[in-house]
Write a protein that binds this ligand. Structure first.
Ligand code: GRF
Length: 196
């Protein structure tokens, strides 16, 4: 049966667009809803224009009440009957209360070769470390930040004249290849790591 995918974004949503654009034809999944904590996220406008359902849950009124914010997300998701969640540049940390019920069914893309550089500023950190290779990882989400079993990685060479911005741009191109390829396999029940 076709899997129903929810995609969580906070910003431009270029990874979300890559996922949506791939979910056609014989792909075992379809986009069911795009979720954001930010009503102004570019990805929300694009999803609406595609006729995809959207849900915006602003995190700000909840302050430090993460559990209440997550309950609101859970309530918004209910009518969409999701099988899989893809975090795609969703910039809110999700707690165990939300993550645990989705164990094995929630994916994230992170712009580093995990386990290196969990958290933010990954490109600058790779440059500071003098790495010759960098990239991105799709992994299953567990309660620990940017942790969980790796489902795929794509690598890029670091150039001597790279800045965090030029490196990020080349990694993003690979993110747009990797995430759709991993989701296609995952929705077809293949969890063997994909190394591009
Ligand atoms: C990507 O680099 C992703 O890996 C990171 O945030 C960025 C989101 O970009 N977590 P976009 O919103 O998909 O364009």
């Amino acid at each position: 049966m076709t899997k129903r995918v929810g995609i969580f974004v906070s910003g431009g949503g270029s990874n979300m667009r890559a996922l949506v654009n791939d979910m056609t034809g014989d792909h075992p999944a379809r986009p069911a809803v795009v979720v954001s904590n930010n009503a102004d996220a570019g990805g929300i406008a694009w999803a609406r224009a595609q006729g995809i359902a959207t849900e915006v849950i602003d995190h700000r009124p909840y302050g430090r009440e993460r559990a209440s914010f997550e309950t609101a997300i859970t309530q918004a998701l209910a009518p969409h009957a999701l099988d899989i969640i893809c975090l795609a540049g969703f910039m809110r940390v999700l707690t165990e209360g939300f993550v645990a019920p989705w164990a094995g069914r929630m994916l994230n893309i992170h712009p580093s070769l995990l386990p290196k550089y969990k958290g933010l500023h990954t490109h600058a950190r790779a440059l500071e470390a003098g790495d010759t290779e960098h990239g991105c990882t799709v992994h299953l989400v567990t309660p620990a930040l940017d942790d969980g079993p790796v489902l795929g990685q794509a690598r890029v060479a670091v150039h001597p004249d790279d800045t965090p911005e030029t490196l990020a741009a080349r990694v993003l191109v690979q993110e747009h290849r990797l995430y759709p390829a991993v989701l296609r396999r995952f929705a077809g029940r293949n969890t063997d790591p994909l190394m591009l």
